[in-house]
Structures are given as structure tokens and as C-alpha cells.
Design a protein around this ligand. Sequence first.
Ligand code: SAM
Length: 309
Amino acid sequence: MKQPSEMPENSFISDRILANTKRIVQENQIRFQKKFGQNFLIDAHVLAKITAAADLHGDETVIEVGPGIGTLTQELAEGAEKVIAIEIDRHLAEVLKTTLAAYPNVTVLNQDVLGVDLQQVREMCADGPVKMVANLPYNITSPLVMKVLEEAPFVSELVLMVQEEVARRMQAQAGTKDYGSLSVAVQYYAQADIAAFVPLNCFYPRPKVGSCVIRLKRLDQPAVDVESEEIFFSVVRAAFNQRRKTLLNSLSNGLSERFSKDQIQKTLAAAGVDSARRGETLDTKEFAMIANILYNDYCSAQDTMEETT
Ligand code: SAM
């Protein structure tokens, strides 16, 4: 529960952020670009929650996606050693030269983050931990999260503002309505926790759907041992692509180019998984068991042969 004394101060600060945001928008003739998900944060309390969730100690490099006009960037620059802010919008990248002029520890890259070579970004980082913090444009959430989890093991933590529905999917457990391939993929690499629910009036302009701050803390090693990540994720995708079908049918259909229905049936029996179950009831361990049996029984000999020829 907030202390009553905090309320006027917080709302005063938020009023100031809103006024400042409106001034910058007006002075720079910024036209909000829907395709870039430009909803700027104007709430001091939410900014504080994001930086608290990022748990900065002064020695980190923060990679920020979409700094916008730099409101969150300034907070991050106060707490981290270095901020690398990646902004797709050329006009905003120009505006940032002024709004971030007082922060020499911020480097702005005017690029599409999905096209950025993260290994090159790594070379720009300081020696301490590397975290990603962002109020994300919602249309790139899943591809970006998977790109970072898969390609950038040096990023130890992601603190992200995402659509509430997506945050729920990322941390959903087997058997719940929000559980899907994104839940399994994220939880394979990270521990997912919702740090805050964020109402619509914390943004300017207001978005149409509610948001959450989610923290993804990378695990020291993946949650389950898999022989082949490629087969593991193919199994997960096939199971959820036809989530109303039985596992036998969804896997047979989705993996038909590599495995026969008979092989799938034998695999499910060997894994002790009822073939009439639906994919959405399987936890990560069960997916891993199925994928490992498929790999060991039907792929590894073939792989060895290919390697020796
Ligand atoms: N960080 C600012 C804030 O909190 O007020 C702005 C957040 S706004 C939701 C999303 C930002 O991401 C915008 O500045 C937008 O231009 C930028 N953006 C959108 N797509 C991007 C992409 N593919 N790569 C980098 N930046 C992107």
C-alpha cells in the first residue's frame, strides 16, 4: 500500500514528466508512429519500478530497446555504467542527441534492433553484467525476446514492458489457458516473473491494452537437458500449432516430414505420455523427454552417418 504522503509527490513528478514529454513532442514536431509502437512512459512510479526490477549497481551495461525521447534512458544512465540505446526512428535518434546530452555514458544506435548483430553490441559493453531493459514496441516482443535468449547468452537479465497478455503467456504453467510455445521457449532459458501491472494512463499517447513489466532472469543452464534444441522446439511448435488435437495427431501432422505416425506413437509410449493428451497439458520436462527419444531413436544414427560421409 502506498503511503498517502507519497501520492501528491509522485503525481506531481508524473505531471512534470507529462508536461516535459508534451513539450519535447511539440518542439521537435514528433508525429507518433503507430508502426513503431510509440507510447512514451510518463509515470514516475512505473519508471522507478522498472529501474528497481533492473537492480542496477553501477557496473552494468544496459541495452535499451527503443529509447523514444529518452525518459527511461536517463534513469538507466543514472544507475548503470553504460547504456547502449537502440532506436529505429531516425527523427527520435536526432532528438535524443539533445535530451541525452548530459549523459556521456549513453550511446545511441539508430538501427532496427531485430537486424542488429548482438555480438557487435557485446563488444561495446563494459566488463560488468549486461542487462536488457525496455518499454518495448509490442509488435516485436516475441522475436526480440527469442533473439536475445537464443543469440546473446551474455545478457543475464531482461526487464521488459510488454502487453499484459504476453507477460501472462511468458510465465504460464502447463494446463493453463495462457500456456503455449512462448511459455515453453521462454522458460527453457529463463525464470519469468511479472514485476508490475501498468495501467493505460501511464503512457502518452494511451495504448489500447494493459501492460506489464516482466523480468526474465537467465538460468545458468537451460531448464531441461535436450539432445537437440532443434527437435525440442519443433516438437513444442507442432504440439501447440494444433492445440485442440491429441498429441498423437498434432505431432504426427507437424513432424510428418521427419517422423512417421508409428514412430511418434512408439515415442509417446516410451515416454509414458498418453497419446490422447493435448500438447497444452505437457510440461517442459515431458516435451524434452519426447524430443530426446525422437532424437536418440531416429536421428542420432543418421547424424553420425552424415558426419562421417
Ligand atoms: N522508451 C521510451 C519510453 O519508455 O517512453 C519509448 C518506448 S515506445 C513504447 C517504443 C520505442 O521503440 C519507440 O521509440 C520506437 O520508435 C522504438 N522502436 C520501435 N520498433 C523498433 C525496432 N525494431 N528497433 C528499435 N527501436 C524500435
